[in-house]
Design a protein around this ligand. Structure first.
Ligand code: PRX
Length: 650
C-alpha cells in the first residue's frame, strides 16, 4: 500500500482545511448540507428523487430489490433508453443548438457537434448497426482513438440496446482479441490508426491476425482517421464513412429495461484474466447523472474537460454518460499533454475556455515537474473547478494543483471510485465540503462507506483497515460477465454483506477518508489498473522465462512502476538483450502501459513453504526497505541472493 498514511498526514497537515472559495460559492448549485441531510434521512427516497430527473418510458415499481444479495436490482421494471436521456431529452428542452461534444485532434483539427448534430450521427450509426444485424443484447467491441466517432458508436449501441465493450486504444491487438473472444462481439468498431506524439499508431492493420482469430466477429467497421494503410477484408470489413452515407435518420431508441446490460468493461484483477465488469442501464445512469451534477457542480455554461480515455471507466462515466445526461458540453482531446510542447493542456484550456478540469495525479505530478512557466504562458482563468481521480494524490501535488492551476480559486474534487462502482463514491461536494489535501473526504450522499479491520469491524480514527461499501448503490456492477463465481468471491465473500473494494484506507477524527492504495495484487500505474498476474502470465509465455513475479515499485510520477523478477529456463542466459525482448513481449501481449520498467533475473523466486510467491519481500527489496518477517520462506538463501544482486544494480 502507498498513498497518504495517517502519520504522514498528521505530520504535514495538522489542522489545514480549505473551504470553498467565495468566488465559487457565489455561483455553485449547492452550498449547504441539504443533500447530505436528505440522503441521511432516507437513503432510498433520496435515490428515488434523483431518478425522477431522468426520462423514464415506464416508471419502476420497486426501487431496490435486495432479496437475493449480491445480485441487487435497482428501479425494477423501469423502462428507459440511455441515448434518449443523453440526447433527445435535451433537444426537446430547447438545447438542440448547444454544443454537446467539442473535439480537438492532436494536429489541431477541431470539430464540435451540437446536441442535434450528435443525435443525427448517433441515429445514423444506430441504423447502420441495425442493418448489420446487431440487435438488443448483442455485444459490440469499440477499439478507437479519442475521436468523436468513438462516442457516437457508444451512444448508438445504447440506442439499439447493444452492449458495448470499449477496449482502450492503447491495449495491444492480443489484449483486444482476448476481450472480443470473451464478450463474443458481433461487430468491432475501430480506426485505421491514431495520432500520438506526431506519429501514427496503426490500429486496424495491427489487428489483422487478432481479428481473424475471432469467430464471433461478423463485421469490422473502420473510421479513416490517419490515412494509414490497411487491407479491407471482403465481406467483413466496412468503412464508417460509406455506412454513414446510406444510413437513415431518425432512428427510434429501443426501450430498455432498467436492468438490461449496458456495457462490459474489462479491468484487471488478481488473476491473469481480466474481469468483464458488467453494468446495467437504469441504476448506472441515475448514479452517473446525479454524481456528475453535484460533484462537478454542473452549470449551463460549463465547458467540461475530463482528460481520461473512453477506454476506462472515467471516460464512460464522466466524459460520456454523466456530462451528456446533464446536457453539458464535454470536451475531448486526442493527444498527450506534452506534444508538441508541454503546455498543450493549458493552451487548450485557454482556447476553449474550459471551466471544469478533471485529471489524474500522475499527470499533475508531471506538470509540476515540467515547471510553472508552461502554465504561466496561458490565461487559464476560465477554470472554476478542478478534479482528481485514479490514485491517491500526495499533498504536495494537491497544493501545486490548487495554487498553480486553480489560482487558489477552484475547489479540487478528489474522487475515489472504481470500474466496479460505476460512479464516484468518496468525493467532496465542491461548494460544501471543506477540503484536506490528500483526502477523498466523504461518501457521496446516499452511499454508505466504512473502513473495517480483518474481522469486518469498523475501525477507529487513525486506524488503517480495508475500505468497504456497506449497502448497494445504483451504479454498482451487477456481475462479472460469464463468471458469477468470481464476482461473488472477489467482492462479497471477504466480509459478508459488505462490498470489498480491494483498497486500504483510514478515517480521521472528522470522519474524512484517506485512501492508501490497493491491498491486493493489483498495480496502479499512472492511475491505470494492471494485475501482477496479467504481467506475470505474459512474461512466462515467452520461451525463455520459467517463472516471474511482478511488483509495483513506488514511482514519483506514475505512482507505481513495474518491476519484474524472472527465472529463466535451463541454459538461457539473462542478458540486456533478453531484458529488452521480454519488455517488448509484454507490450505485445498487453500494451505499452504494462511494459515493465525493470526486469531482474534470479535463479529462484522467494516462496512460502506452500509455494506462494512472496511479492511483499520483493517490494521491500526494490524499495530498499528492511525486510519484514522472512521465517515463512522455503529457502531464505534466495532472498539474500536477490537482495545482493538487485542492490548491486541500483
Ligand atoms: O485503488 C483505487 C484507485 O483506483 C482503483 C480503481 O481503478 P479503476 O477501476 O481503474 O478506476 C479508476 C478510476 C475511477 C481504486 O480501487 N483510485 C481511484 N480513484 C482514487 C484512487 N485511489 C486514491 N484516490 C482516488 N481518488
Amino acid at each position: 500500500m502507498s498513498g497518504n498514511s495517517p502519520d504522514e498526514y498528521l505530520n504535514k497537515n495538522r489542522g489545514k482545511l480549505f473551504h470553498p472559495p467565495d468566488s465559487f460559492t457565489k455561483t455553485t448549485r449547492l452550498n449547504d448540507d441539504s443533500l447530505y441531510r436528505k440522503a441521511k434521512q432516507d437513503r432510498l427516497s433520496f435515490w428515488s428523487e434523483m431518478a425522477e430527473n431522468l426520462h423514464w418510458v415506464e416508471k419502476w415499481d420497486q426501487l431496490l430489490d435486495d432479496a437475493n444479495p449480491p445480485y441487487y436490482k435497482w428501479f425494477v421494471n423501469g423502462k428507459l433508453n440511455i441515448s434518449e436521456n443523453c440526447l433527445d431529452v435535451h433537444i426537446n428542452n430547447g438545447l438542440g443548438d448547444k454544443k454537446a461534444l467539442v473535439f480537438e485532434g492532436e494536429n489541431g483539427d477541431s470539430v464540435s457537434l451540437t446536441y442535434s448534430q450528435l443525435l443525427k450521427e448517433v441515429c445514423k450509426f444506430s441504423s447502420a448497426l441495425n442493418k448489420l444485424g446487431v440487435k438488443k443484447g448483442d455485444a459490440v467491441t469499440i477499439w478507437m482513438p479519442m475521436i468523436p466517432e468513438s462516442i457516437v458508436a457508444m451512444l448508438a449501441c445504447t440506442r439499439i440496446g447493444a452492449v458495448h465493450s470499449v477496449v482502450f486504444g492503447g491495449f495491444s491487438p492480443d489484449a483486444l482479441k482476448d476481450r472480443i473472444l470473451d464478450s463474443e462481439s458481433k461487430v468491432v468498431v475501430t480506426a485505421d490508426g491514431s495520432y500520438r506524439r506526431g506519429k501514427v499508431i496503426p490500429l486496424r492493420s495491427a489487428a489483422e491476425e487478432a481479428l481473424d482469430e475471432c469467430p464471433s466477429v461478423e463485421n469490422v467497421v473502420i473510421v479513416k482517421r490517419t490515412g494509414n494503410d490497411f487491407k479491407l477484408k471482403e465481406g467483413r470489413d466496412l468503412l464508417w464513412s460509406e455506412l454513414m452515407e446510406t444510413a437513415e435518420d431518425p432512428f427510434d431508441p429501443v426501450v430498455m429495461d432498467a436492468e438490461d446490460p449496458l456495457f462490459i468493461l474489462y479491468s484487471s484483477g488478481t488473476t491473469g484474466k481480466p474481469k468483464g465488469i458488467l453494468h446495467t442501464t437504469g441504476g448506472y445512469l441515475v448514479g452517473v447523472k446525479t454524481t456528475f451534477q453535484y460533484v462537478f457542480d454542473h452549470r449551463e455554461d460549463d465547458i467540461y474537460w475530463c482528460t481520461a480515455d473512453i477506454g476506462w471507466i472515467t471516460g464512460h462515466s464522466y466524459i460520456v454518460y454523466g456530462p451528456l445526461s446533464n446536457g453539458s458540453s464535454t470536451f475531448i482531446y486526442e493527444g498527450t499533454p506534452d506534444y508538441p510542447e508541454r503546455d498543450r493542456f493549458w493552451e487548450l484550456i485557454e482556447k476553449y475556455r474550459i471551466t471544469v478540469f478533471y485529471t489524474a495525479p500522475t499527470a499533475i505530478r508531471s506538470f509540476m515537474r515540467w515547471g510553472n512557466h508552461y502554465v504561466d504562458k496561458h490565461d487559464i482563468s476560465s477554470l472554476r473547478l478542478l478534479g482528481s481521480v485514479g490514485e491517491p494524490i500526495n499533498p504536495e501535488a494537491w497544493l501545486w494543483y490548487y495554487e498553480q492551476i486553480g489560482k487558489s480559486n477552484c475547489p479540487i474534487v478528489d474522487t475515489w471510485w472504481q470500474t466496479e462502482t460505476g460512479m464516484t463514491i468518496l468525493t467532496p461536494l465542491p461548494g460544501v465540503t471543506p477540503l484536506k489535501p490528500g483526502s477523498v473526504t466523504m461518501p457521496f450522499p446516499g452511499v454508505e462507506v466504512d473502513v473495517v479491520d480483518d474481522d469486518g469491524k469498523s475501525t477507529g480514527p487513525g486506524q488503517k483497515g480495508f475500505l468497504v461499501i456497506k449497502s448497494p448503490w445504483p451504479a454498482m456492477l451487477r456481475n462479472l460477465y460469464g463468471d458469477p463465481e468470481r464476482f461473488e468471491k472477489t467482492y462479497w465473500e471477504q466480509y459478508p454483506g459488505l462490498y470489498f473494494t480491494g483498497d486500504g484506507a483510514w478515517k480521521d477524527n472528522d470522519g474524512y477518508f484517506w485512501i492508501m492504495g490497493r491491498v491486493d495484487d493489483v498495480l496502479n500505474i499512472s492511475g491505470h489498473r494492471i494485475g501482477t498476474m496479467e504481467v506475470e502470465s505474459a512474461l512466462v509465455e515467452h520461451p525463455s522465462a520459467a517463472e516471474a513475479a511482478v511488483i509495483g515499485k513506488a514511482d514519483e510520477i506514475k505512482g507505481q512502476s513495474i518491476t519484474a523478477f524472472v527465472t529463466l529456463k535451463e541454459g538461457v542466459e539473462g542478458n540486456d538483450e533478453l531484458v529488452q525482448e521480454l519488455k517488448k513481449h509484454v507490450s505485445k501481449k498487453i500494451g505499452a502501459i504494462a511494459r515493465p520498467q525493470e526486469i531482474f533475473f534470479t535463479y529462484e523466486l522467494p516462496k512460502t513453504r506452500s509455494g506462494k510467491i512472496m511479492r511483499r519481500l520483493l517490494r521491500d527489496i526494490a524499495e530498499q526497505r528492511d525486510l519484514g518477517d522472512v521465517t515463512t520462506l522455503m529457502d531464505p538463501q534466495v532472498i539474500a541472493s536477490i537482495k545482493e544482486g538487485y542492490g548491486a544494480k541500483h
